[in-house]
Design a protein around this ligand. Structure first.
Ligand code: SF4
Length: 892
């Protein structure tokens, strides 16, 4: 890009052609006042505060919209400009109430500051007073129309940043004002963050804080999904009172969703666990740390002595920091001497880890979120990212607004359909047939990237042999997609390069989950979309730190850094590092095997850290039987939950924002998590609890903080993390692989035609149907997932003020046609039955689901879809088929 030179206030400035005067001035440290300008939006130049003079021009121009021109001389301060800005402000102030004493924005209001700076003592204009009446509010947002200055930052933020468009401006009898579409609004609060005055304010903590009382801001990482949004916690007297997005930070650049912005106050719930608990006479009673720790050590020691170390098993927590998962797997391996350690990747992305490792040599998202807005085309399959990964979806929507194409493959017609050029509503569980059909066309019509395939991949002939069995007519018959549409999709995919493929649990939570994953990898290799920006295979991880829990070795087959436990060299490395001998040499058990073992007696002692298995695992009745069979069950959590009902000891743990640490997001970015307030009562950091158990069993671990654990152990032992130290991730995190201290991190994997495994491997896969399909007795297919306003089993979101108001109960989503056929009205109670159980919930009659499908979530205990789901597993990863089982529906 060519550079040009100009002067601003007699300073020589060199800047890129196309830059605005405002940005050129900013880069030279020259401040021009603004009001409607917001750096995250396209400028509109409406408030006239940023007017500047240009020598030779008769009329001042708006600096935010005027591009620089070679050789111009710009004046940003003059008497004339001062008067013009004063006039602009006075016109705004005519209708702006001076209710600063009760306005949330006081102290951080740009209008207030400019009024002071431009010395406005009185307003001599006599404009007709506006009578604005239609203020709106949501659970979290209050619109105060009298204060609105019509800068349109909220309207444009809603549309441009969040891709929602719930706000618009309308001329009413009382004057122009912002109007709101309640059906579109998702309470993300982007409008509040964008509003420069108090026209949009938060309702969450009215009259509880003033901006000057915020005595600390803490940058941290969101505790919910795997996007890893960066938040700024505003803390008053040790308590978080507000959360905003960090505006220049990766990956969210200031964006947050409703949970990230308003889902912080669960940590202050009265129901927090504050002391250890021990079960006595059937009841949990408070205990001291010494009592509880001694009891756990005594029981575990007895079990090891009597039944061997493999009679113990543990589940780590993908919501907690990396350092906690590291410490737990170390406890199991180095102290207990078993590899029976796993975590909830087992119920979501274990097929990703295994499948992508087979295809590429590395089981993680290949590209980065900051590529989304620049992408040319997306293929999204099995992902309702608008609800499950909201900020990722806003990045995708930005790209579509900028001209990118979206092909969506999903049985449901969810919100991304509005942004899609093509929507393929395939039958549940037919992904492989459809993808094979697309690849059939690519090969048959010679549309694939022959050069990439020949030079960078192995196994093409095997792939070809399999996909040739899936001409579009066969693929169409299985998937329900017209053969011509399959041909068209293949041709469109081949016409644009690169295409970014994204998927979520619609791909993995099947009995063929690993094969589904490898099928997406096959397609992207065939198209030559690997190793380049805005391409790749991009699984969006569900929980905030599920990538990290995998990286830390909270898996039965790998140490931290994915060293195989069966590899003697790896074991030697960790024995030396941990000062132990004889680390266990066999792969451990996966969660479903552990649960079976509770009943058979193979597992005697079970340690569940931060998971609520009694609600998250398929077939709750069976799971409850398994948990109740445990000889000795330890839970470590921040609340009592459905699972702690079975516990013999409960340890109270520190939550997000109550200790320092790191999370690793979907895009392999390791980011800091920081302390805003201490844990309540006797609750302690999780890594500390594991350390106390190790100590009582004769192991004197040195690291005594999350930072020491990371800097001195984790980053030393995991080669991909070797260059990541706390001091390097003070601001934006680093993406692994980052092997050395000078390495900048790796935004795109498998570049230059080189895969982690050398060459990419085509692993051809045949379509297999779901384990349980609809029949006469159970004629509907149940599919499950997440809804926007809650997370997991609501242990956190259910305790945040407001989120239950937005979604207060579980529903079963059914199609309009099915509802009409069965005479079921919206909100009417229905019974949903499977071979494993039944639930009674309200029907949500919606065009989103196709005929013959029931769609439910697992957020609420009552109506939890997991009373119905099937414990049929992907054979190699033991991930359950949450996305497909057969159910019957009837009116209650
Ligand atoms: Fe948090 Fe995910 Fe929302 Fe970002 S998109 S704010 S990480 S829940």
């Amino acid at each position: 890009m060519s550079m040009i030179r100009l002067t601003i206030d007699n300073n020589e400035v060199t800047t890129k052609r196309g830059t605005t005067i405002l940005k050129a001035a900013e880069s030279a440290g020259i401040k021009i006042p603004t009001l409607c300008y917001y750096k995250r939006l396209n400028p509109i130049g409406s408030c006239r505060m940023c007017v500047v003079e240009i020598e030779g021009y008769t009329v001042p121009v708006a600096a935010c919209t005027t591009p620089v021109v070679e050789g111009i001389s710009v004046i940003t301060q003059s008497d004339r400009l001062f008067r013009m800005r004063q006039d602009a402000l006075k016109l705004i102030l005519v209708n702006h109430p001076l209710d600063c004493p009760v306005c949330d924005k006081a102290g951080e209001c740009i209008l207030q500051d400019l009024t002071f700076e431009y010395k406005i003592k009185s307003i001599d204009y006599k404009l007709p007073k506006q009578t604005l009446t239609s203020a709106y509010q949501t659970t979290f947002i209050q619109h105060v129309p009298e204060r609105c200055i019509l800068c349109l930052r909220c309207v444009n933020a809603c549309k441009e940043i969040q891709g929602i468009g719930a706000l618009s401006i309308e001329q009413t009898d009382g004057g122009a004002q912002i109007t709101f579409d309640k059906d579109k609004c998702v309470s993300c609060g982007e409008c509040v963050q964008a509003c420069p005055v108090g026209g949009m304010v938060e309702k969450k903590s009215p009259f509880r804080w003033r901006s000057w009382e915020i005595n600390r801001t803490v940058r941290t990482t969101c505790p919910y999904c795997g996007v890893g949004c960066q938040q700024l916690l505003h803390v008053k007297n040790g308590r978080i009172v507000k959360v905003t997005g960090v505006e220049d930070a990766e990956p969210n650049k200031g964006r947050l969703c409703v949970k990230g912005r308003f889902g912080y106050d669960f940590i202050y719930s009265k129901e927090r666990l504050k002391t250890p608990l021990i079960r006595e006479n059937g009841e949990l009673r408070p205990a001291t740390w010494d009592e509880a720790l001694d009891l756990v050590v005594q029981k575990f020691t007895e079990i090891i002595k009597t039944h061997g170390p493999d009679a113990l098993a543990g589940v780590s927590c993908a919501r907690s920091i990396n350092e906690d998962s590291y410490q737990m797997q170390k406890l199991f391996r180095a102290v207990f001497k078993t590899n029976n350690i796993d975590h909830c990747a087992r119920v979501c992305h274990a097929p990703t880890v295994a499948g992508l490792a087979t295809s590429f040599g590395s089981g993680a998202m290949t590209n980065s979120f900051n590529e989304f807005p620049r992408a040319k085309m997306f293929l999204v399959i099995g992902s309702n990212m608008t609800e499950a990964h909201p900020v990722a979806s806003t990045l995708l929507k930005s790209a579509v607004q900028n001209g990118a194409h979206l092909i969506l493959i999903d049985p449901r017609k969810h919100q991304l359909v509005d942004f899609a050029e093509m929507h393929l509503p395939l039958k549940v569980g037919s992904d492989i047939a459809l993808l094979n059909g697309i690849m059939h066309v690519l090969i048959k019509e010679n549309l694939y990237d022959r050069q990439f395939v020949e030079s960078c991949c192995t196994g093409f002939d095997d792939l070809k042999a399999v996909v040739m069995k899936y001409p579009p007519e066969v693929a169409g018959n299985i998937s329900g997609i017209e053969p011509e549409t399959i041909r068209e999709v293949a041709r469109v995919l081949a016409s644009v390069k690169p295409v970014m493929l994204c998927y979520t649990l619609g791909i993995t939570e099947h009995t063929c989950g690993k094969n589904n994953v490898m099928s997406t990898a096959n397609l992207q290799m065939l198209l030559g979309n690997m190793g380049v920006e805005c391409g790749g295979v991009n699984p969006l991880r569900g929980q905030n730190n599920v990538q990290g829990a995998c990286d830390m070795g909270a898996l039965p087959n790998v140490f931290p850094g994915y060293h195989q436990v069966v590899d003697p060299d790896a074991r030697k490395k960790f024995e030396d590092a941990w000062g132990v001998t004889a680390l266990p040499a066999e792969n451990g058990l996966m969660i479903p095997q552990m649960m079976d073992g509770l009943v058979t007696g193979k597992i005697r002692g079970f340690y569940i850290f931060g998971e609520n298995l009694a609600s998250t695992e398929a077939d709750i009745s069976k799971v409850e039987h398994e948990l109740s069979s445990a000889e000795f069950l330890v839970c470590q959590d921040i609340f009592e939950n459905e699972t702690t009902r079975f516990a013999h000891v409960v340890f109270p743990a520190a939550a997000w924002s109550e200790n320092d640490g790191t999370f690793a997001s979907s895009e392999r970015r390791v980011s800091r998590v920081r302390t805003a307030s201490p844990p309540p009562g006797e609750a302690r950091p999780n890594w500390w609890i594991f350390k106390q158990i190790a100590k009582r069993m004769g192991h004197d671990w040195q690291s005594d903080s999350a930072q020491e654990l990371w800097d001195n152990e984790i980053s030393v032992l995991a080669p991909n993390l070797g260059g990541i130290k706390y001091y390097r991730i003070e601001n934006d995190g680093l993406q692994w692989p980052c092997p050395t201290i000078t390495h900048p991190g790796t935004p795109v994997l498998h570049t230059d035609g080189k895969f982690t495994s050398g060459k990419g491997h085509f692993a051809p896969v045949e379509w297999t149907p779901p384990a349980e399909v609809a029949d006469e007795e159970y004629p509907f297919v149940l599919s499950t997932g997440r809804r926007l306003y809650h997370y997991h089993t609501r242990t956190q979101t259910g305790r945040c003020i407001g989120l239950n108001d937005l979604l207060g109960e579980e529903t079963a989503d059914i199609s309009i046609d099915d509802a009409v056929k069965m005479g079921i009205a919206h909100d009417e109670f229905i019974r949903v039955r499977s071979r494993r159980g039944e639930v009674t919930v309200k029907a949500r009659v919606t065009p989103e689901v196709p005929d013959g499908m029931v769609w439910m979530a697992f957020h609420f205990r009552e109506g939890n879809a997991n009373w119905l789901t099937n414990q049929a597993f992907d054979p190699s990863t033991l991930t359950a088929e949450y996305k497909a089982c057969a159910v019957a529906v009837e009116k209650v």
